[in-house]
Structure formats: structure tokens, C-alpha cells
Design a protein around this ligand. Structure first.
Ligand code: IYR
Length: 221
């Protein structure tokens, strides 16, 4: 048993009108989010990236916060990441992915070329900490790592969108080259690469839309 060192909850009740207003405003903003694959090299203030990462206040298994966000702007390192990603993706698109998989992706117009890895001013490389490490080097078991990091990435994508920035969730496969290039420790596994910036002036997006609410929301009263 540990001492009960819990704190009183600081929960701010919002007036009902304001609840609806904020809920609708957020919905309107989130509906306009699109994944972008063509970026402008225009610079982005680092504070916007920093705030969005700090805003990824996700719940996590045993509150272990098993994530590391590596923000890369260095052009030389981004070039290395692009070269390694394109080599893996070339193998994937030409040999490793099944025809069924390629067919499922066709309407998104993706291929092995990944210019956004160099065009976007920042790459946020998200690492999941498979386990923690104590000062004496012993391992700490982590719980629900994949779920926790997924929730944190969702919050990060929403925060970046609200800050007026475009993002892409890129998952080269395999991703082991990222830990190597970025010199990450043995407990960290690359989870996703997120190019962040402004869209290119002529950026185009797939002709897709979110499923109607009736298809994804089932009400049990
Ligand atoms: N990782 C590849 C392929 C890819 C796979 C899925 I599933 C996507 O939704 C999109 C792309 C790539 O990044 O191109």
C-alpha cells in the first residue's frame, strides 16, 4: 500500500452554451484536416512544434508516457532519412506489398517517392519506448505502449492542425533505420514519421471523405 497522495481535481466547468460553442468550433476545425503529401519549404516557428508536442497530454499505461518526439530540421539528416526511407519503400512498393495492399492504397496516389521528407521544414519522428531504463541500467516494464503512443500521436496531429500546420503520417516499413540515423537508445522503436509544415501552393489531396456518423456511431440507450 502506498500513502494516498492524490490531489483534489482541478476541473473547470464550462457554461452549457459555451460547451456547445466550443464543441462545434472544434468539430468544424477538425473536419477541415487533410493529410498533406506536398509541402512548402517555408519555415515554421519552432514554438508551434514545441507547443503541439507539449499538448500531447495523452493518458498512458500506468502513466509511463512511453514516447519520445525527435524533431529534425537538419537538412543533411533529413536527406539521409529520405534516402533510407525511399530505399525501403521502393522494396515495399515493388516487391513486399501484396497486390491486395497496393489496390487498397491506389486511390491515395502514394508511391515510393518521399520528397516531403526533405521539403517539409520539420520531421517529427515519434519513438515508442518498449521498456524504460532505470539509472542502474535495469529495465522497467511498460504497459499498453502501442495504444498510449497512438493516443499521443492523435493529440499531436490535432494540435498541429489547430496551429494551422499540415501533417502527414508516414510509416516506412521497416523503420529500424530511423533509430540508427538518429542514434536512439535500444529501448526505443520508431512509431511514425510526421512531416510538418505548410502545404505547397499546388498541393492536391485524394478525393476521399470521412464515413458518415451513422456508420461509426452506434447509440445504445
Ligand atoms: N508505408 C507506405 C505505404 C502506405 C501504407 C498505408 I496502409 C497507407 O495508408 C499509406 C501508405 C508509404 O508511406 O507510402
Amino acid at each position: 500500500m502506498t500513502d494516498d497522495d492524490r490531489l483534489p481535481l482541478a476541473f473547470e466547468r464550462i457554461a452549457p452554451d459555451e460547451q456547445h460553442a466550443q464543441s462545434r468550433a472544434f468539430l468544424t476545425r477538425m473536419r477541415s484536416r487533410r493529410t498533406v503529401r506536398e509541402f512548402s519549404p517555408e519555415p515554421v516557428p519552432f514554438e508551434l512544434i514545441e507547443n503541439a508536442i507539449a499538448a500531447a497530454t495523452a493518458p498512458s499505461g500506468a502513466d509511463q508516457q512511453p514516447w519520445t518526439f525527435v524533431v529534425v530540421s537538419n537538412p543533411e539528416i533529413r536527406r539521409k532519412i529520405r534516402e533510407a526511407a525511399e530505399a525501403e519503400e521502393y522494396e515495399s512498393y515493388t516487391r513486399r506489398m501484396s497486390q491486395e495492399w497496393l489496390d487498397a492504397l491506389a486511390h491515395l496516389h502514394t508511391d515510393w517517392h518521399k520528397p516531403h521528407l526533405e521539403d517539409a521544414p520539420y520531421l517529427i519522428v515519434v519513438f515508442a519506448q518498449a521498456y524504460g531504463v532505470r539509472d542502474d541500467g535495469t529495465k522497467i516494464k511498460h504497459y499498453y505502449v502501442t495504444e498510449s503512443v497512438g493516443i499521443a500521436v492523435g493529440m499531436l496531429l490535432a494540435s498541429l492542425h489547430l496551429a494551422g500546420l499540415a501533417t502527414l503520417t508516414h510509416t516506412p516499413n521497416p523503420m529500424t533505420f530511423l533509430a540508427q540515423i538518429l542514434g536512439r537508445p535500444a529501448n526505443e522503436r520508431a512509431y511514425v514519421v510526421i512531416p510538418v509544415g505548410y502545404p505547397a501552393a499546388d498541393a492536391r489531396v485524394p478525393n476521399i471523405s470521412k464515413k458518415p456518423l451513422a456508420e461509426v456511431l452506434i447509440r445504445v440507450e
